[in-house]
Design a protein around this ligand. Structure first.
Ligand SMILES: [Ca+2]
Ligand SMILES: [Ca+2]
Length: 183
């Protein structure tokens, strides 16, 4: 985590959402995304729900992947959250792999003329229900109420420095393609 390419990609996606100013979507528990991106982190389905400990989010891909895949540079999932419905993110959870385990890191997110500012709040619980999904439970104290809105982006660089997407940058998926899911 923390390398310049990853942060740059993340800020780019956040910037696109800010510019578009997209409206909220209707509440739902499952969202299907299409098979639209090369690489192993093409998002297939998103689920959300509740758990005793907090808000549950599930991210599923079309292909299986080992947790250690997220060790690679620019290879991660990001879960973006808008808490005040102004169309710009206030939280982002990075999913990566370090110290031999998958982790989710909750950050505050603010963007201004100087760029993006992030502060780590702590780790969220992550598990793998199968080889193409992860489930995270986000403590309510970091979200402060409902409803909030969210979307997921994925980045996959492939092996070595070569991207399967034909550029030096990671393959990127985003679900939903535009706008937010209301939780
Ligand atoms: Ca997809
Ligand atoms: Ca916001």
């Amino acid at each position: 985590m923390g390398s310049v390419p990853i942060r740059s990609a993340v800020v780019l996606v956040a910037g696109m959402v800010l510019v578009l100013g997209l409206p909220a979507r209707a509440d739902r528990s499952i969202m299907k995304d299409v098979n639209d991106v090369s690489g192993r982190l093409d998002i297939d389905e998103l689920h959300h729900g509740h758990a005793d400990e907090g808000f549950k989010h599930r991210i599923s891909t079309f292909s299986p992947w080992p947790s250690r895949l997220l060790r690679r540079r620019a290879t991660e999932f990001d879960l973006w959250m808008d808490l005040d419905a102004d169309g710009s993110p206030d939280r982002v959870v990075y999913f990566g792999f370090r110290n031999k385990r998958l982790y989710g890191e909750m950050n505050t997110y603010e963007s201004d003329g100087d760029g993006a500012h992030l502060t780590v709040l702590g780790l969220v619980t992550v598990r793998r229900p199968n080889r193409s999904s992860l489930v995270a439970v986000i403590p309510k104290r970091w979200v402060k109420g409902e409803p909030y809105r969210w979307y997921v982006s994925s980045f996959f660089l492939g092996s070595d420095q070569e991207s399967e997407c034909g550029t030096e940058y990671a393959c990127q998926d985003k679900a939903p393609d535009s706008g937010w899911i209301k939780h």
